[in-house]
Design a protein around this ligand. Structure first.
Ligand code: NAG
Ligand code: NAG
Ligand code: NAG
Ligand code: NAG
Ligand code: NAG
Ligand code: NAG
Ligand code: NAG
Ligand code: NAG
Length: 314
């Protein structure tokens, strides 16, 4: 990428970081049919009980037909507030922000969609969205992740009529910079999952990936925009394969006798402890105010100019 493009991009970020309030990739999914949710005690339905899988479908892999692991679940037993896919009113997107993750760079979708069959009767559906580590800036920090690499995840909602738990299934991985075609780092599925867990439970030390078992738990609190979330995590085995076969990037992620995927799924149960005073259940739009649009457009033009000069994304 030319230095001038990078310079413009970096220069733009802080100056206009308030210009956009809710970058998003796909339209919101209509999964806030709370009254019709039917949640089993473990907080989700095992996709494999109804033709689904804990492995995603990735088009265009080499060799073809490789998968990525679904290695974390926000359980359907979490508070309804958290399970609504929105930024406002303490919803899912605000929860992600509370531990350092945001929607894609300026709502610009990069990378290929992956599919997942959650066994809910809807068959294979495209990811609802991609969420990236925001490097401390909820508004445009994910632009940095897109270029530098870092932690990110795709997610899907188990909301089909045959298994409507409302649980959110995450495929987490830690990717290399764009110029390295966004390959996944060594142990990048397990590490991405555990760094997400470490942040979501506000650990002071990194979660020790190689010491985890199906009895490990972590708990902690995070907050954003006046909402305080309590996240209780337990690791479960027996759902995801412990191995490397059929796993995307298996040559770099697993090596020297270490499996690409350790077979553990992090189960997150999320409660809202505190709401900001004056919070209502209203779902009024909180989009950019009219005066902010010219700034947004200026910023978008600059970033598109920068991105268009960059390497292709994976
Ligand atoms: C999934 O997304 C791809 C483009 O990324 C699109 O071609 C395809 O139709 C989508 N599939 C479904 C079921 O929406
Ligand atoms: C992946 O390929 C299948 C089969 O060709 C197609 O139906 C699906 O839409 C593709 N998905 C994406 C995200 O491009
Ligand atoms: C899943 O199926 C339900 C009905 O069973 C439908 O309301 C919902 O929109 C579907 N979701 C997707 C992502 O296709
Ligand atoms: C939080 O995430 C960042 C970025 O992935 C990572 O560097 C850091 O180690 C994580 N913190 C914990 C406690 O896991
Ligand atoms: C992980 O396990 C090893 C070997 O049992 C032990 O020496 C180490 O202290 C453990 N690390 C953590 C962070 O628990
Ligand atoms: C944990 O894994 C062991 C096998 O390593 C298995 O025997 C045990 O049933 C598992 N426990 C739970 C709670 O899943
Ligand atoms: C695997 O081992 C070889 C030889 O010791 C080493 O060069 C390589 O860096 C190791 N790979 C990883 C991912 O640790
Ligand atoms: C995964 O399998 C390896 C052996 O291939 C084993 O050493 C490891 O303990 C297993 N991990 C878990 C979390 O069960």
């Amino acid at each position: 990428m030319p230095k001038s493009a990078l310079f413009f991009l970096l220069l733009s970020l802080p100056a206009f970081s308030h210009a956009l309030t809710n970058p998003r990739d796909h339209p919101p999914s209509p999964f806030n049919r709370r009254s019709s949710r039917n949640v089993p005690s473990q907080g989700f339905y095992d996709p494999t009980d109804n033709g689904g899988s804990f492995l995603t479908k990735v088009n265009g892999t080499s060799p073809p037909g490789l998968h990525e692991p679904i290695n974390a679940i926000i359980l359907g037993t979490s508070d309804d507030t958290v399970l609504v896919d929105q930024q406002i009113d303490g919803g899912l997107r605000n929860y992600f922000v509370s531990f350092g993750f945001s929607g894609e760079c300026l709502g610009q979708h990069e990378g290929n969609d992956q599919g997942a069959d959650l066994g809910d009767g809807n068959g294979t559906k495209n990811e609802t969205g991609v969420i990236r580590w925001n490097y401390g800036d909820p508004t445009v920090g994910t632009c940095q992740e897109t270029i530098q690499g870092g932690n990110h995840f795709r997610y899907w909602v188990q909301d089909g009529s045959q298994a409507n738990s409302g649980a959110i299934f995450l495929a987490v991985s830690y990717e290399l910079p764009a110029k390295l075609q966004h390959d996944i780092i060594f142990q990048g599925y397990n590490l991405g999952r555990d760094w997400l867990v470490g942040n979501a439970t506000a650990q002071s030390q990194i979660v020790p990936t190689t010491n985890l078992t199906n009895t490990t738990t972590f708990s902690g609190q995070t907050s954003a925009n006046g909402y305080v979330y309590q996240t209780d995590v337990s690791y479960a085995s027996g759902f995801l394969v412990n191995g490397s076969e059929g796993i995307n990037h298996f040559l770099s992620v697993g090596a020297n006798g270490t499996n690409a995927v350790d077979g553990l799924v992090a189960l997150l149960n999320v409660k809202v402890l505190t709401k900001p005073s004056g919070a209502t259940s209203s779902s009024a739009s909180h989009g950019p105010r009219p005066l902010e649009w010219p700034l947004s457009i200026t910023l978008l033009i600059g970033v598109f100019a920068a991105i268009s000069t960059m390497a292709t994304f994976s």
